[in-house]
Structure formats: C-alpha cells, structure tokens
Design a protein around this ligand. Structure first.
Ligand code: FE
Ligand code: FE
Ligand code: ZN
Length: 280
C-alpha cells in the first residue's frame, strides 16, 4: 500500500486533518503536537478522535506522524531548556496514546558545544525517562542535515542513541530526503548504497517513515532548506526512485515542501502517486 501525505495544520483537530488529507488524495499526514515553538497543548477531544478514527479506517489510512515542536532541544546543556524538552515530550507521548498505534517523530537535538557523545547521552536519558513499556506509539528519530551542532546527521549517531534506549521495540527512525542529502548521503547517485549503509549501521527494520522534500542546497551542504519537488538538487527522478525502493515503498511518505496552501500539496501528492509503481 502506498501511503502519501503531507504536513497539515492541527488547529482544527483530528477529524479536520483527516478531511483535509482526503481532499488532497492523501492517506496519511503529519502534524505538530502543539505550536511548533512549544507552548501549551490544547486538550484532545475524544469525540473528535473517534470521528477521525472512523474516517481513517474507512479510507484505509496508514499510520500518521506527530512531530514534536522543532524548537525543543533534547540534547541541551542548559537545564531549563532540557527540562522543557522532558516536559513537552512526556506530555506529547501521553497524549499520543489517545490516538494509539502511530508515530511520534522528533529532532534529536544539538549538542551546543558539549560534544556529540555527551549529546547522545542526554537524548538517550530523556527517552529512557519518558518511554513506557506498554506505550503503543513508536518514537522516531529524524535524520538531520548536520546544521550547526545538530546530532543525527550520521547514521552512527542515531544508532548510538538506539543502543542506549532500553525499550527497543518502541524506537525507530524517520528519514528525511532533504536532510540526508544535505548530511552527505548521496541518495541521488547512490540510493542503494545509502540504504545498504543504513541497514548496516541501524537496520532497515528501524526505518518507519520518510519525509519527501527536495533540497535548495547541493549534496553535503548541511543547510536544511526544503524545496518543492523537482525544484531542488535532488530532483524528481531521484524522488521517484526513492519512493519506489523496496525499503521505502510501504512506509508513510510525508511531504514537507514549502507550500502556502493545500492546493500545492495536492499537486505534489498527485506527482508522487503517478510516480509510484504498483508493482516492481
Ligand atoms: Fe522534522
Ligand atoms: Fe523533516
Ligand atoms: Zn528540514
């Protein structure tokens, strides 16, 4: 099954996101668990979730991806900043259990001069604090571009975090095409090689979802600026190869391209659906 979707606004609730997704021919989507800058989250409405669940079942939606606020730093040096990440992520995980069986994706964080290893320790400690054995949500570490002191642009760093996490069956990875290309993994010229490397270092069974973005910057730039499909350095041909790859083709594919309306996403979902081969 091909699951294609995009980032949607969560301000109207789950049922609204489900309807928005249907209106653009999506069968999965991503949303921020709260204001992307971090504030208080609105209480979830059980009736809204019930209505959404029905719609998602009827339309055979794939798993959806909740994205933590991108301003959190789970590797922070400053205690206040770190505590804030604990508080928000623990609360988000609890809320996600009201929409069970989905994904919670986050940016591993920046070590801000402490060094990669110290950062990895902090991220793993946070995960070990907030994760529960019986949670139904799978937590995903996003592959990063390596901007500044960002952790997670090397597969080895993600693997080191996973190694330290105790509840291993609830942790996975989300691969962002713009980020990995920026991070120095050549998905344009050597997708097979990159996925082989991922398998060797992390294990492809950990790969649970992908972000489909083109990149404004060339391979290895460590910049993280997304482009519309076909308008960046990755290009449509490589994206077509990516979504059809046997390691990717059944995972939720989420667009995070710069769009100012659903219409733009609708066009790109149509592009992805046209590019997807039902049989290899
Ligand atoms: Fe992200
Ligand atoms: Fe992303
Ligand atoms: Zn990005």
């Amino acid at each position: 099954m091909f699951y294609a979707g995009c980032h949607l606004s969560s301000s109207g609730g789950f049922l609204q996101m489900g309807k928005d997704a249907l209106s653009i021919d999506a069968n999965t989507f991503q949303f921020f668990t709260r204001n992307p800058r971090g504030g208080q989250a609105k209480a979830l409405d059980p009736d809204d979730i019930k209505a959404y669940t029905k719609l998602a079942e009827e339309n055979r939606f794939g798993p959806i991806v909740a994205h933590s606020p991108y301003t959190l730093n789970p590797a922070a040096k400053d205690e206040k900043v770190l505590n804030f990440a604990y508080m928000v992520m623990e609360d988000d995980l609890m809320r996600m259990e009201q929409v069970p069986g989905n994904y919670y994706n986050f940016h591993p964080g920046s070590h801000v001069g402490q060094g990669v290893e110290a950062g990895i320790e902090k991220i793993a400690a946070l995960l070990n604090h907030i994760m529960k054995k019986d949670q139904s949500t799978i937590i995903l570490l996003e592959t990063m571009s390596g901007k500044g002191t960002e952790i997670g642009s090397r597969f080895e760093e993600l693997s080191a975090i996973i190694d330290k996490v105790r509840i291993k069956d609830k942790i996975g990875v989300l691969m962002d095409t713009c980020h990995v290309n920026d991070g120095g993994y050549d998905i344009v010229k050597d997708l097979n090689g990159v996925l082989k490397e991922f398998d060797k270092v992390i294990g492809l069974s950990r790969l649970k979802a992908v972000h489909i973005n083109d990149s404004l910057n060339p391979f290895g730039a460590h910049k993280d600026r997304h482009a519309k499909l076909g308008e960046g350095h990755i290009g449509l041909e490589a994206i077509t190869e990516f979504i059809n790859h046997k390691a990717i083709r059944n995972l939720p594919c989420i667009l995070e391209t710069p769009q100012d309306s659903l219409e733009g996403y609708k066009k790109e979902i149509a592009i992805l659906r046209k590019a997807y081969k039902e049989q290899l």
